[in-house]
Design a binder for this molecule. Structure first.
Ligand code: ACM
Length: 542
């Protein structure tokens, strides 16, 4: 009867009957409900054409919004109760966020056309009499968007925030810098975007592909763009966690400011923003100059992003240049470090201390465990579960995002039709059966798993339609894993999920999402002849 995605904790239907929204339906909003009131009036108002004026005083035909500490006690600040009665609807959040998630459920109950932006003729907006009690399993329900490899213009990011909200996802991990592009205006270092935000051409397909897109690619967000994105996210109870990737994945920054690179190993003035895919050997020099430069970058980042967490990358930093660099070797000697891994650990540790002193928390990819984990660090576990397990056992917080399970750049079916196939086959069902908390953790250690996120790397996603194709429908399955209290993977009712997906595809259609249809890619979603990087055989770490 209720085909909501993600699946709510408890649903009861107290009787037959319904409540119908109409031109006289009013919105009664109490303290702490302002954001949801604005969102409901704007979103449902657009879809239905109903004015939903404010309600003053008692009476029926009302959608009532409130927050209640009693609900917080039962269901947490992100939990909510939703009741549809013959006289109206009451949505009660544990806190403002819970109320907002309740409003998202209400939109789903109204049917797919509630996801449109203008009313269709002759629609009725009837809700079944129902009671919902709901709360998320994890506080970190994330999507990582790589806007460095291919830039996503601001309106696309705002659209993704809406798509996240519709799926009750609440963390946008914003991968802003990489070898192939620097996407964030930094006022004190203008060359980061003047030089670093565009490349002359782009490899079309993965590394082995002989094809090039022989045209410039670029773009960046101004401070005002970021303020708009962050505020738009906050209005939807989504936190934007910025990522500035150091000390690897930094070739775009080095192309802009050659002194950031290992100048005693290579001529860094000859480097350009990278036009190919893979792991660049050109990494930051571990010098005081580099530290001061990135403190300057992070000062502007902290100014723009209120998020408690700031991601500093730390992944895939080849150490060859540090091994060859007299400057890097001298630093290892001065600091009495064991090796280059310890040097990276020292580098990350510097920013852990720096961020902690400013009331923030560092998060990094699981390579930051190598050479020793900084005391305040949280780990994004991407190379399987192992990094996350080690970090949780050491008492550190963890976000589980193993590439074998939730890297949405990986192909979603076998077969020659999948566009630019990457990695393992990870189907909708595979994602639905992903379990973020490994059974090897004790209950206390499992408490360090803040949650999970799906990662969208965009090397072979040149535009929004390609991102949609890779992200959907799997992001819907992921959202249910992150939110709902599902049983163990083997016992999950995938058939039931697929059944609910029938409605959800219609919601995605109304939202204009270019998802992969269950029958396979549409002709224009294919990329015949463009090489990917498929990996054959069963995925490891299952
Ligand atoms: C990563 O996929 N390099 C975090």
């Amino acid at each position: 009867m209720v085909d909501a995605i993600p699946q709510p904790l408890r649903v009861t239907a107290p009787g037959t009957g319904s409540f119908e929204l109409g031109p006289r339906t009013r919105l009664a909003a109490h303290d702490g409900t302002e954001r949801t009131e604005r969102w409901l009036r704007a979103t449902l108002g657009a879809a239905t054409g109903l004015p939903l004026p404010p309600a003053h005083g008692p009476g029926g035909d009302v959608i009532r919004l409130s927050v209640d500490p009693a609900v917080t006690e039962d269901l947490g600040a992100e939990g909510y109760r939703l009741a549809v009665m013959p006289t109206g609807v009451h949505v009660v959040g544990g806190g403002p966020a819970g109320l907002f998630w309740g409003a998202q459920t209400l939109r789903q109950l109204l049917g797919p056309d509630a996801f449109r932006r203008a009313p269709l003729p002759d629609r009725t907006w009837r809700l079944p009499l129902i009671q919902v009690e709901d709360a998320p399993r994890f506080p970190w329900r994330g999507l990582m968007l790589d806007v460095a490899r291919h830039f996503m213009p601001k309106d696309g990011v705002l659209r993704y925030l809406d798509l996240m909200a519709a799926h009750k996802l609440n963390v946008l991990h914003f991968h802003l810098t990489d070898d192939q592009g620097w996407r964030l205006e930094i006022k004190r270092y203008p060359r980061l975007t003047e030089v670093g935000s565009w490349r002359a051409r782009t490899k079309f397909g993965h590394r082995a592909s002989p094809l090039w897109e022989e045209k410039p690619h670029g773009g960046h967000y101004t401070h005002d763009d970021i303020r708009e994105i962050v505020a738009y996210a906050a209005e939807r109870h989504i936190t934007v966690v910025p990522e500035i990737d150091v000390p690897g994945h930094s070739q775009a920054a080095i192309a802009a400011y050659p002194e950031l690179g290992n100048t005693d190993v290579i001529d860094t003035t000859s480097l350009a923003v990278w036009d190919n895919w893979g792991i660049s050997p050109n990494v930051l020099a571990p010098t005081d100059n580099t530290l001061r430069f990135y403190e300057g970058v992070l000062e502007e980042v902290l100014d723009l992003f209120p998020s408690e967490f700031v991601h500093v990358g730390g992944d895939e930093c080849p150490k060859d240049q540090w091994r060859q660099s007299p400057t890097a070797q001298a630093r290892i000697g001065e600091l009495g470090l064991a090796d280059e891994d310890a040097l990276q650990s020292w580098f990350i540790g510097h920013f852990d201390t720096w961020l902690s002193a400013r009331g923030r928390r560092l998060v990094g990819w699981d390579e930051i465990l190598e050479g020793g984990l900084a005391p305040g660090a949280t780990v994004s576990s991407w190379r399987g579960y192992a990094g996350g397990i080690a970090a949780a056992r050491a008492g550190h917080d963890v976000v589980m995002c193993p590439e074998q399970q939730v890297y949405l750049d990986h192909r979603q079916a076998d077969g020659a039709d999948e566009p630019v196939p990457i990695g393992y086959v990870r189907t909708l069902e595979d994602v639905y059966r992903f379990e973020p908390v490994p059974p090897r953790l004790t209950e206390e250690q499992a408490g360090h798993v803040l949650g999970t996120q799906a990662n969208v790397w965009t090397e072979v996603m040149e535009d929004q339609a390609r991102v949609d194709y890779q992200a959907f429908p799997r992001l819907a399955a992921f959202a249910e894993v992150a939110w709902s209290a599902l049983p163990a993977p083997a016992e999950r009712d995938f058939a039931g999920f697929e059944h609910r997906m029938a409605s959800h595809y219609r919601r995605l259609d109304a939202l204009g999402v270019a998802y992969r249809p269950p029958t396979g890619p549409r002709p224009w979603q294919q990329r015949p002849g463009v090489l990917g990087r498929p990996i054959d055989g069963p995925p490891p770490d299952r």
